[in-house]
Ligand binder design. Sequence first.
Ligand code: CA
Length: 219
Amino acid sequence: MASILIAEDEARIAAFVEKGLAAAGFSTRVAATGRDALDLALTDEFDLLVLDIGLPGMDGFEVLSQLRGSGSAMPVIILTARGGGADTVAGLEGGADDYMAKPFRFDELLARIRLRMQSSAAGQGTAELSHRGLDLDVRTRRARIDGREVDLSGREFALAEELIRHAGQVLSREQLLSRVWGYDFDPGSNVVDVYVRYLRNKLGADRIETVRGMGYRLV
Ligand code: CA
């Protein structure tokens, strides 16, 4: 049975999520402070973390930062009370796999949890992906260029992973949006272009080719 850690200090929300996940066949545990959430997340007993940002003591961003800093690749879905873009960007840059703004619908959270569990299970078969000096370890989410470690955020890593799995093929912005961001982002959003730019800065400008009018390709 897959096990989900819920870091949430509001008892009403924690109970709501816990009840829904139990009904969907997951085992759950609630942590009401950031410190408890981090300690439990580091035990390796859980398959996924649902992480509230506004936690007492240590906030969700700090929990995420320490978790990733320890090398954990555990999937993390952030819950944020503020619908603001700044929080979201900070969360994704900090290595979250997905986020939801409160209030949220349980079925939507469940769908995202299932999606993240599938992609982490799929990744376990092939932990190392390599292409022309670029190496990605999808289990620890570490990246190397010609043997040198490169620090990628969670979303940058996911984008690099999608590109390397389809090296040499052109992937459209829409494909990258749906596969890497995992849900319907505004198709007019330039988030893909922004992240391609981040990746070029970190991996080398000529590794990712722009195919005009079509999309991007790892060369
Ligand atoms: Ca809270």
